[in-house]
Ligand binder design. Structure first.
Ligand SMILES: NC(=O)CC(=O)C(=O)O
Length: 281
């Protein structure tokens, strides 16, 4: 299977309605260029600021989420698959960092709640996502019109076991909506995308918001959304400004790479193994 994927590295404003209509127009542009899969970034409907996230939380289960309604309409209108970045989701008195996957019929095919919350303590800089969000409780892999896709949100990329699990369950591609910051982005963002792709011999797509240098935020975004192939090759990428990165995915290359280097066969399952405690969602 061969298709175009678009990563919408959008500039996020403090006004939700503007973000929703802006995301809609980026999706339209990507679909008009022939993209069959469109990925949005982590926290595209509001700024990624722990101070204001709660005010923007939406109830996805009650079907009263303006962000997800827009994604559903867009997916059905253009007949595409959308990995809907993430939004703050309120559910059962808790807040989650949640990604929905929409199919070409506009239905939600999967919902992934961020599993690993980003708590960071660097000299002079700390960030605690776990003070605001609750933890998701399982991996998410979904069968779509554009292949089998594993979902992780940003910090989820740092935990190789999650990606290994997706590979074991047959993923062709892992999508990571993310929002790495200036302290971690330069050294780690691309390194981790390439590592997950190479470890598991699959495609990795990582989509960030654009950096807003003027924003008075507690979190400056790194940007650099990219598509990486199974040999660690960067297929398409960008800088830190708003952009829609379009790349071509050809899944036949997965088989070639897996034959070139049959890592699955060469693994020493007699010495080490991944224990899967999840229910198989
Ligand atoms: N949003 C995040 O999870 C950020 C992250 O992981 C980082 O390194 O920055």
């Amino acid at each position: 299977m061969q298709f175009k994927i678009a990563l919408c590295q959008m500039l996020v404003s403090p006004i939700k309605e503007n973000n929703i209509s802006h995301a809609r127009s980026l999706i339209r542009g990507a679909a008009e260029k022939g993209s069959k899969l469109v990925v949005l970034p982590e926290m595209w409907c509001c700024p990624y600021s722990m101070k204001t996230l709660r005010d923007h939380a939406e109830d996805i289960e009650a079907k009263s989420s303006p962000s997800i309604s827009m994604l559903s309409e867009a997916a059905a209108y253009h007949k595409i698959t959308i990995v809907g970045g993430s939004i703050p989701e309120k559910s059962g008195g808790k807040l989650f960092n949640t990604c929905c996957v929409l199919g070409p019929d506009g239905e939600i095919k999967a919902k992934h709640r961020k599993l690993h919350l980003f708590d960071m303590d660097l000299p002079g800089e700390s960030f605690r996502e776990s003070d605001t969000f609750a933890y998701g409780d399982g991996p998410t892999i979904v069968d779509t019109e554009v292949g089998k896709i594993g979902i992780g949100i940003c910090h989820d990329i740092r935990f190789p076991e999650l990606s290994i699990l997706y590979r074991l369950r047959g993923a062709h591609l892992i999508c990571f909506p993310g929002a790495f910051n200036m302290s971690t982005g330069e050294l780690l963002w691309e390194l981790m995308q390439r590592s997950r792709a190479v470890d598991n011999q699959l495609f990795v797509a990582a989509c960030s918001p654009a950096r807003d240098p003027d924003v008075n935020s507690d979190y400056m975004i790194w940007g650099h959304s990219s598509l990486v192939g199974p040999f660690g090759e960067i297929i398409a990428t960008t800088g830190h400004e708003e952009d829609v990165v379009i790349g071509e995915i050809d899944y036949s290359i997965l088989q070639t790479r897996r034959e070139n280097l049959p890592l699955e066969k060469q693994k020493r399952g007699d010495i080490y193994q991944l224990i899967d405690h999840s229910s198989g969602k």
